[in-house]
Design a protein around this ligand. Structure first.
Ligand code: IMP
Ligand code: MG
Length: 332
């Protein structure tokens, strides 16, 4: 029977999903790793055997010899894809017969990148992501299967999971985060894909195949884009500096704020999150300030006295969900 675990971003991306994916792959029984949404707007920072990698397209399964598929919910920049293949090969990662692109994934073309560059209003990553999804939905897009150069990498999801490997164990790796989801994020300050557990199912996995949903959050929030997000208080500039909050794709400064538990609770409920990982707890420790919001919208700040109190409050708040805190960029 097909089994699927799904990793979703709980905030605005950059929660450390790459690290969690990498960790689960190192422990788990997975036969496949599937990226289910987004394109090269994403930047996943992964530490593998002491080496730092930033990937945009290729799922982390490749580091463990697990078949890694860029799913049909994704959009692909062919140049960046081949750059990444080369980067991995040069670093000695064995990628032979490990990297695939779903035949029905869409391809980011030159005019997508060009028109995205004009889109300064939202502060997009200018990678052609939105215009490519736009063409997909107006039925003007081009699918991966139509490009001869991609032929060695093309895969049919139905054949792979229902004919050849009906007992596959799949780790679905999300990009961005639920607060950037096209339907559930703060529209129009969103990305153009589905960043939720449903987004993973859209890649050909029935809801009944989903075993666990691992939500990845940061112990504070960050956002990259045009809307005002960071409150005017120096403590957030300090947090930004200590946390080295710069975009992995664009190098832009990430705006910072405290974690919001009510916002997270909404995402937990709407996605059936079973485990919740809070990353970068070490950054708050260095900052020495333990704050959170517990009220969606009103933004009433809640101050705690110590790391233990902060973690205990969060654990109690998400009763019934496995809650894990991590304070290392390389492990959980
Ligand atoms: P787009 O996805 O490039 O269209 O950008 C739309 C919004 O999503 C912008 O605010 C981007 O900064 C944000 N965004 C897209 N991908 C990521 C990501 O991987 N991490 C953080 N923010 C992202
Ligand atoms: Mg990122």
């Amino acid at each position: 029977m097909l089994r699927v675990d799904v990793i979703i971003g709980m905030q605005h991306g950059d929660e450390g999903k790459g690290k969690v994916t990498h960790y689960l792959l190192s422990k788990g029984p997975y036969t496949h790793c599937v990226r289910y949404n987004g394109g090269c707007n994403a930047g996943h920072t992964i530490y593998h055997e002491g080496q730092k990698f930033v990937t945009h397209h290729i799922p982390a399964g490749v580091f463990f010899g697990v078949k890694s598929i860029i799913g049909p919910g994704c959009v692909v920049d062919i140049h960046k894809f081949f750059d990444e293949v080369k980067m991995l090969r040069d670093a000695g990662v064995d990628i032979l017969d490990k990297i695939y692109i779903a035949k029905n994934a869409h391809i980011i073309l030159e005019h997508h990148r060009e028109s995205d560059s004009e889109e300064i209003k939202l502060g997009t990553t200018r990678t052609g992501n939105g215009p490519c999804y736009g063409d997909k939905y107006t039925r003007n897009g081009r699918r991966a299967e139509n490009f001869p150069i991609l032929q060695p990498y093309i895969i049919d999801m139905y054949e792979e999971f229902y004919i050849r490997n009906p007992n596959a164990e799949v780790l679905c790796e999300g990009a961005q985060g639920a607060e950037l989801d096209i339907d559930w994020g703060d529209y129009p300050y969103v990305t153009s894909s589905h960043c939720t557990v449903a987004g993973a199912c859209l890649n050909g996995f029935p809801p009944t195949s989903v075993r666990s949903v691992i939500g990845v959050a940061k112990a504070y929030e960050t956002y990259v884009g045009s809307k005002e997000f960071q409150p005017p208080d120096d403590v957030f500039s300090k947090l930004q500096e200590i946390g080295q909050e710069y975009g992995a794709t664009t190098g832009r400064k990430r705006q910072c704020n405290w974690v919001n538990l009510s916002n997270l609770d909404r995402i937990v409920k709407m996605n059936g999150v079973t485990s919740l990982v809070f990353n970068k707890i070490d950054i708050l420790e260095e900052l020495g300030v333990w704050c959170m919001y517990v009220d969606r919208g009103s933004h009433n700040m809640f101050i705690l006295q110590s790391r233990d109190q902060f973690c205990e409050y969060i654990r109690d708040y998400f009763d019934g969900v496995e809650v894990i805190f991590s304070g290392s960029p390389e492990k959980i």
